[in-house]
Design a protein around this ligand. Structure first.
Ligand SMILES: Cc1ncc(COP(=O)(O)O)c(C=O)c1O
Length: 418
């Protein structure tokens, strides 16, 4: 790319301009500038279709579910269960009952750790993770390890931010691995792991595997369950749905063997002081009143995705990442972290002389929202020898013009701190 072409950003496709109209928040100004929301890996924005569906439910459809014989309770139950069916189809589950609604990916991983892994682990067993996991896919396993005497072992990541597949395979063969949990797409570097291969390696070794697809689904990577993972988890708020709703999807036969994670209403068959019996999954794992509007919002988010030309929009997202990656060459002090050939649209970087938090603070004054810090991946930052990065993460509603604004801001920061 020539210096001339770098100053002329590609035109944002009309399709993207249309999609932007679906997101009311994108009309907002911050510090007098149009919002450039580049923090989508932390939480993506909500389209009107989701906002309106949740609003309609709250205005006209709210009642508690599963328990009422009255009309409103029945229609709320139907809407909640319809959302479950949509998620099952979205992930390629074999049946709706394989979908458990949770608060998010974090709660889903804790559920698997406590209910599936804990009863199966013995002293000296190994839980295999990778160095690029989010804390949500580390800490629950450390807690289980402490409770059972098992050990957590992390497969290494290369300087480029790729999983060392050979080492991963060796660890699976040579260590007494009884559980594996891996991320499909890294939130801090964007690396896409070869999930099919990882699942195959685990299957060959006879090791159950959970795949954290929290950062994969927003970019259309929904195939980990169909690829054979025993469990997949994600959060609704990263895929256009409200916060506080997430999903655990697991093989029904396995779910049936798992004890409840929490006790309470709606998950029981019969309660007496002599003892309690539990419902079959998924109800067994959904104690208490769930996040009904959240689940309905997640169903609406899936409907919304179904209404879009996703291949074109994901191609646009990739083009944004390529463009940002090319423009990085303009700034000699800028280093990109995560240079794997297969990446989701995450642009993680440091700029010589400027602390990532200063970068994020300066960009905010221009109305540009990026994230700075360790991105809940402290072990990965330790591996890379850095305290943190600044991270621009793109969604398909972002534009080339916003990438240009990001770089105008970075040039300014480089001048000030350089
Ligand atoms: C890869 C990954 N896994 C898990 C999580 C945890 O998601 P939540 O905080 O919504 O439970 C995140 C959130 O950033 C993530 O990026």
């Amino acid at each position: 790319m020539t210096a001339q072409s770098l100053t002329e950003s590609p035109a944002t496709p009309p399709l993207v301009e249309r999609v932007r109209q679906d997101f009311p928040i994108l009309e907002k100004t911050v510090h007098g500038h149009p919002l450039a929301y580049l923090d989508n890996a932390a939480s993506i924005q909500r389209p009107l279709a989701v906002i309106s569906r949740v609003d309609a439910y709250e205005r006209e459809g709210h009642a508690n579910i599963h328990r009422g014989v009255h009309t409103l309770s029945q229609s709320a139950t139907e809407a909640y269960e319809a959302a479950r069916a949509k998620v099952a189809r979205f992930l390629g589950a074999q049946r709706e009952e394989e979908i458990i609604f949770t608060r998010g990916a974090t709660e889903a991983i804790n559920l698997v750790a406590q209910s599936f892994a804990r009863p199966r682990l013995r002293e000296g067993d190994v839980i295999l993770l990778t160095e690029m996991e989010h804390h949500a896919n580390i800490v629950p396993w450390q807690m289980i390890a402490a409770a059972t005497g098992a050990r957590v072992v992390a497969a290494p990541v290369t300087e480029e931010g790729e999983l060392d597949l050979e080492r991963f395979g060796t660890l699976l063969r040579e260590e007494p691995v009884k559980m594996c949990a891996v991320v499909h797409a890294s939130n801090s570097l964007g690396t896409i792991n070869p999930v099919q291969k990882l699942v195959e390696l685990c299957k060959t070794a006879g090791v159950p595997v959970l795949v954290d697809i929290a950062q994969a689904v927003p970019h259309g990577l929904t195939g980990a369950y169909a690829a054979g993972a025993d469990f997949v988890v994600f959060s609704g708020h990263k895929v256009f749905a409200p916060t506080g709703i997430g999903v655990l999807c697991g093989r029904y036969g396995t779910l049936e063997t798992m004890p409840p994670y929490q006790g309470g209403g709606d998950m029981i068959e019969r309660v007496s002081f002599a003892g309690t019996t539990f419902k079959a999954p998924p109800a067994r794992f959904e104690a208490g009143t769930p996040h009904i509007s959240g689940a309905i919002g997640l169903g609406a988010a899936i409907d919304y995705l179904d209404s879009l030309d996703l291949p074109a929009l994901y191609a646009h997202e990739s083009a944004l990442l390529r463009y940002a990656t090319q423009r990085a060459a303009e700034l000699p002090g800028l280093r990109i972290w995560g240079t794997a050939p297969e990446k989701v649209a995450v642009f993680s970087f440091t700029l010589e002389g400027a602390h990532p938090h200063d970068i994020a603070t300066f960009l905010d004054t221009d109305g540009i929202a990026v994230r700075a810090g360790h991105h809940c991946c402290q072990p990965l930052m330790q591996r890379l020898g850095i305290a943190g990065t600044a991270r621009a993460s793109f969604a398909f509603y972002n534009t080339f013009e916003e990438v240009d604004r990001l770089f105008r801001g970075l040039h300014r920061i480089a001048r000030i701190f350089g």
